[in-house]
Design a protein around this ligand. Structure first.
Ligand code: E4P
Length: 217
């Protein structure tokens, strides 16, 4: 499973990149706002050290304007994935930009039918938002499973990029059900390494070691 990092915080991406944990990055307008950076500048900086796909999202609502924005974002670096919303104009944009050879990430997906039509439009990635479905008492993981079945039934090449990840359990569940990629905030990636019994066990080892009076170095 590929890990994308869901942030525009360059320092956080670098830390995980140095550990080999970064297969790509996703951003969105809210994450750009949070970073306090200019979208073109911060995206260029991320692409200067991340080799995998870096998603940068258009903000226009009409296809012609989305296409123009997408081309401008794609010019930042060869590994840009242009992110477009799952609207009719977004699908038109997806079709045009994927036809021009650009990677396209179709975002704000909340149903299997939306994922189906995005694949038909040539999406490189589909981003189902599982956390936001869970927030309204629907089952985000069911959606990932349905999309997996549909894509496998018809051998669609669109990659399932599970998004809106809120917990380490979400990551495990997405891995179990066969998402191709998970995009998660840095804190969730770090939480994958945590277990209360690891902490407890280490405390005991350190306490017992102190009692031995020994040193390794
Ligand atoms: C990533 O592509 C999405 O924009 C992001 O995962 C949304 O996450 P949120 O629902 O926590 O805002």
């Amino acid at each position: 499973m590929k890990f994308f990092i869901d942030t525009a915080d360059v320092d956080a991406i670098r830390e995980l990149h140095d550990l080999g944990m970064v297969d790509g990055v996703t951003t969105n307008p809210s994450l750009i706002l949070k970073s306090g950076r200019n979208i073109l500048e911060v995206t260029k900086e991320i692409c200067s050290f991340v080799q995998g796909p870096v998603s940068a999202e258009v903000v226009a609502l009409k296809a012609d304007d989305m296409i123009a924005e997408g081309r401008k974002l794609a010019a930042i670096a060869p590994n840009i994935a242009v992110k477009v919303p799952l609207t009719w104009d977004g699908l038109k944009t997806c079709k045009v930009l994927s036809g021009e050879g650009f990677m396209v990430n179709v975002t704000l997906c909340f149903s299997a039918n939306q994922a189906l039509i995005a694949a038909k439009a040539g999406a490189t990635f589909i981003s189902p938002f599982i956390g936001r479905l869970d927030d309204i008492n629907l089952d985000g993981l069911d959606l990932i499973g349905d999309i997996r079945t549909i894509y496998d039934n018809y051998d669609f090449k669109t990659q399932i990029l599970a998004a809106s990840i809120r917990s380490a359990n979400h990551v495990k569940d997405c891995a179990m059900i066969g998402a191709d990629v998970v995009t998660a905030p840095p804190a969730v990636i770090k939480a994958l390494a945590s277990h209360v019994l690891t902490d407890k066990g280490l405390d005991q080892f350190i306490a017992d070691w102190a009692k031995t009076g020994q040193k390794i170095l």
